[in-house]
Design a protein around this ligand. Structure first.
Ligand code: PEP
Ligand code: MG
Length: 922
């Protein structure tokens, strides 16, 4: 049987459905689904994504069977619509649109009004009795077609502002200026008739070819251009950023045209079934009367609000008519479709519609892009509405989206004092500061130089995608919430303000003006994307500390779903408190040496240095006695802050030479205090030098060679715990021995632990001081010998920083010189110090857990390397059966989400009875 490349659809019936995204692309699959649901969609057909691949394989040639299939499908569309493509008396016009598996807003091409020629124009005028509409449609066709088909698809790359589309726009502006018109809609039929002649002459002049006057040539030119746009610059950039594979291809949708530009009872609009910037459950959108779709999304005119509930509050928008008021019956019908679609898809939809002479047509539905706060709120609300399960809810928010809620906003106190220069639509929330640039390429360039920039544009332009990505935030003078910039920025969770009408952008002079204020390239602006306010200068930022009830509710859903525990790596009582606020269930790594860095570290550090520079055990013990009160106090404060939650306290880990003072005054003070000469101090410091300190005298090796060091730490832990318990408080330390490779080391330190425990317990009259005894697993040998090691330990914590270092043999401190090249050349998929290597390091972890639990079935296992907060690594930890992950406090919510997603994904992958399989959703 011949391959099926073309799928037909009409209201009530379609050859495809929403599950066929891989074949029909998102747009095609959803058009088919809407058709099957009986929603009014103009009839049409979809050419499959596979055809795109064939097109490229055949070097741009279409197989003959495609033409036959297209002719057949076109005949069916003609029959349904009661019109004929190319017919002089009753012509059918079609649109030709792209549609990949995953939506790529504005990145590929569209041609509308295909089929208008010198032969069909008179027929359409006679039929519609509306010459203005016909010539308006024709000028749009010439504009789009010459740009998309004759220029871009032909590989012509004119300099910025010199493209045919711009040249034609300038012709239109010239005509408007000459006639004293403000709006495109002021142009009369005669004006437009004159304009199309100017356009045709310009196309011939600039591109050296006439604009085609044959409907079939227009159709196939359009189809070819859409396939061609898959490899267009913008689309390729976007795919690279979003990680979409090149071989997916795009589908092409050819569909009967319906017109929003047929007069006052016609309109076009874009809407979201809920507010995509906040997640609020209100129907949200924008529309324009007497316009075609691209007028709304291209930000050419600032559109009207869909309804009264979502009208922007500022006076600039007060006069704009809402669809709810202007066309109440159509609005009611649209609202009913909104409800139907949301209930059917069980997710927020992004829809496009056209009203032709009072009749509503749906042109598109797709899962709507949203930012982090909106994603979280929708997941919570939809779960509460019983539209989705808890597991579905956790899959609705990506870790990056959740991260947005933990990100900085402008400091509200500073904002009150600041000078606002403009207000626009809050398209992407959060705060941002940066230096102003006016072109996408400058944005990329400046960011490469380490600067933070705000990209300012007159209107939104999908060709700016790389610059938008690089910028901290985006600001435009024109456009609405559904414009390309707003969609793309929102998808990336980027701060974005659009339609700030008070600013005038002069990209040529590289400056903007807002009233009397002039802002030049390089000046600082601060944006509040949540409110849509632009400030002059650089305002301070604060981490979004406002209590967000949806965030809290969402985290509760995650906690209900996940099985993996989540702890934090915290080294101070403040960190411990922060960790608990973020929902940590304990501390998985307390690096005690951190008390020797940072605030208040001077005294303990001096005493530690004395200990390090001691020569005899006697001297060392004396120095340790001085150090001891600091250690105990630090441990006690952190245990107290965690209020009985487990705290994994690691004994001293780093090589001692790290603490040797470098400054002369410090050395002098130290020599004095030790009663030795500077030469002697120098000699002792030199003796600590190691060739390879990462594999040198560190970790448990310090405790083996200087048991008094371990003893000091152990005493601090037991004393702090005993004191807290006697004070009526709760404390649960877990003693962790670092950098071990053999059970013998752990037995050695266990004996010491028991001795100190018994002494402290006796002193306090206690039988047992609660604690666990365990080890880090961060040397490959420890993972391999885990079976024996578990005989002497009650828990393992995988130190994947060192384990990665020693498994790869990549020095964790020196990877900058070579790992980027490995990633560039695709020799490794990612930096293994950021994303856990599941097959090498991961295999060692798997072996370690299995062997450990074979000895001790209830062995507690966690991870405390940096990977503990990286979503993919967290999912790996779930899969291999760890009890918990531990990460920095700010990453705790991300880890809780990733742990919940691990469960949800696991269950979603299980075969379901009677469920239908979806070809690559979202
Ligand atoms: C590790 O090696 O993964 C670890 C947590 O310890 P550190 O980073 O302190 O060496
Ligand atoms: Mg380590």
């Amino acid at each position: 049987m011949a391959k099926k490349y073309v799928y037909f659809f009409r209201c009530g019936k379609a050859e495809g459905d929403a599950t066929m995204k891989n074949t029909l692309g998102g747009k095609g699959a959803n058009l088919a689904e809407m058709a099957n649901l009986g929603i009014p969609v103009p009839s049409g057909y979809t050419m499959s994504t596979e055809m795109c691949t064939v097109y490229y394989q055949n070097k741009g040639k279409f197989p003959p069977e495609l033409r036959t299939a297209v002719d057949k499908a076109m005949a069916r569309v003609e029959e349904i619509m009661g019109q004929k493509f190319g017919d002089p008396a009753n012509p059918l016009l079609v649109s030709c649109r792209s549609g990949a598996r995953k939506s790529m807003p504005g990145m590929m091409e569209t041609v509308l009004n295909i089929g208008l020629t010198s032969k069909t124009i008179p027929g359409l005028i006679a039929k519609t009795n509306n010459p203005r509409f016909v010539y308006d449609a024709y000028r749009r066709l010439i504009q789009m077609y010459s740009d998309v088909v004759m220029e871009k698809a032909a590989g012509i790359e004119p300099p910025e502002g010199q493209g045919i589309r711009h040249q034609l726009e300038r012709e239109m502006q010239k005509l408007k200026d000459a006639k004293g018109y403000k709006q495109d809609t002021d142009l009369t039929a005669d004006d437009l008739k004159e304009l199309v002649e100017t356009y045709k002459a310009k196309v011939q002049e600039v591109l050296g070819k006439p604009f085609p006057d044959d409907p079939q040539e227009q159709l196939w030119g359009g189809i070819r251009a859409v396939f061609q746009s898959w490899m267009g610059k913008r689309a390729v950039s976007y795919r690279r950023i979003e990680g979409i594979p090149d071989d997916w291809g795009t589908a092409v949708n050819v569909q009967a045209m319906v017109f929003g530009n047929m007069g006052g009872t016609s309109a076009t609009g874009v809407a979201f079934t809920r507010n995509p910037a906040t997640g609020e459950d209100v129907f949200y959108g924008e529309w324009l009367p007497n316009a075609q779709g691209e007028d709304v999304v291209a930000g050419i005119r600032t559109p009207n609000p869909l309804n009264e509930a979502t009208r922007p509050p500022d006076p600039e928008h007060a006069h704009l008519p809402s669809l709810e008021k202007a066309m109440p019956a159509v609005y009611k019908e649209l609202h009913a479709i909104r409800d139907k679609l949301e209930n059917h898809y069980r997710d927020m939809q992004d829809i496009e519609f056209t009203i032709q002479e009072g009749r509503l047509w749906m042109l598109q539905t797709r899962v709507g892009k949203r930012n982090g706060p909106a994603a979280v709120r929708m997941a919570v609300d939809m779960h509460k509405e019983k539209l989705i399960t808890a597991e579905e809810a956790v899959l609705r928010v990506t870790p990056a989206q959740l991260d947005e809620l933990l990100h900085p906003v402008l400091d509200p106190a500073a904002e009150k004092q600041a000078q606002a220069i403009a207000k626009g639509l809050p398209a992407g929330p959060g705060g941002a500061c940066g230096q102003v640039v006016f072109t996408a390429s400058d944005a990329v360039e400046w960011v490469k130089q380490g600067k933070k920039v705000i990209l300012v544009r007159e209107e939104t332009n999908p060709e700016d995608v790389e610059g938008m990505r690089a910028a901290e935030a985006i600001l435009t003078a024109r456009g609405g919430m559904t414009s390309h910039a707003a969609l793309v920025a929102r998808g990336w969770g980027k701060c974005c303000i659009v339609g700030a009408g008070a600013i005038h952008v002069d990209a040529h002079a590289k400056q903007l003006t807002a009233d009397s204020t002039v802002v030049k390239e390089g000046d600082w602006l601060s944006l509040n994307g949540t409110k849509g306010v632009v400030y002059l200068g650089r305002l301070p930022m604060v981490v979004g500390s406002e209590e967000n009830p949806y965030f809290t509710a969402f985290m509760k859903i995650c906690d209900k779903v996940r099985r993996l525990g989540v702890r934090a790596n915290a080294d101070t009582p403040e960190d411990a408190r922060k960790a608990r606020q973020f929902g940590a269930e304990g501390i998985g790594l307390f690096r005690t040496e951190h008390m020797f860095y940072g605030k208040g570290a001077e005294e303990p550090l001096f005493k530690l240095r004395k200990m390090i520079h001691s020569k005899t055990a006697e001297e060392r013990r004396k120095a340790l006695d001085e150090l001891y009160p600091h250690i105990k106090a630090d441990i006690k404060a952190t245990l107290e802050a965690m209020d009985g939650l487990p705290v994994t306290i690691r004994l001293l880990d780093p090589p001692l030479h790290e603490f040797v003072p470098r400054r002369d005054d410090e050395r002098q003070r130290l020599a004095q205090s030790l009663g030795i000469t500077m030469e002697e101090l120098e000699a002792r410091a030199n003796a600590l030098h190691e060739v390879n300190p990462m594999m040198g005298h560190r970790g448990v090796r310090l405790g083996i060679t200087y048991p008094e060091i371990s003893e000091c730490w152990l005493r601090g832990i037991f004393e702090a715990t005993a004191e807290l318990i006697k004070e009526g408080k709760k404390a649960l330390p877990e003693i962790m021995i670092p950098v071990t490779c053999d059970v013998s080391e752990l037995r050695d330190q266990a004996a010491l632990t028991k001795k100190v425990h018994d002494e402290v317990a006796a002193k306090h009259g206690m039988k047992k001081i609660p604690h666990l005894y365990g080890t880090m697993v961060e040397i490959p040998r420890a993972a391999l010998r885990a079976g024996e090691i578990a005989q002497a330990t009650e828990f393992f914590s995988f130190g994947t920083n060192d384990l990665t270092q020693m498994t790869y043999g990549f020095s964790r401190d020196d990877i900058g010189a070579f790992v980027p090249a490995y990633i560039d050349k695709k020799l490794i998929p990612a930096d293994p110090f950021q994303v856990l290597d599941p097959i090498g390091v991961g295999e060692l972890i798997d072996i370690g857990i299995k062997r450990g639990r074979a000895t001790r079935p209830n062995l507690k296992v966690g991870i405390c390397g940096e990977h503990g907060g990286e979503p993919n690594s967290v999912k790996f930890c779930h899969k291999v059966g760890m009890n918990y992950v531990s990460c920095s406090p700010f990453r705790v919510p991300i880890a809780r989400l990733a742990a919940a997603q691990a469960v949800a994904e696991e269950n979603a992958a299980k075969p379901k009875k009677g469920g239908r399989r979806v070809e690559g959703d979202k």
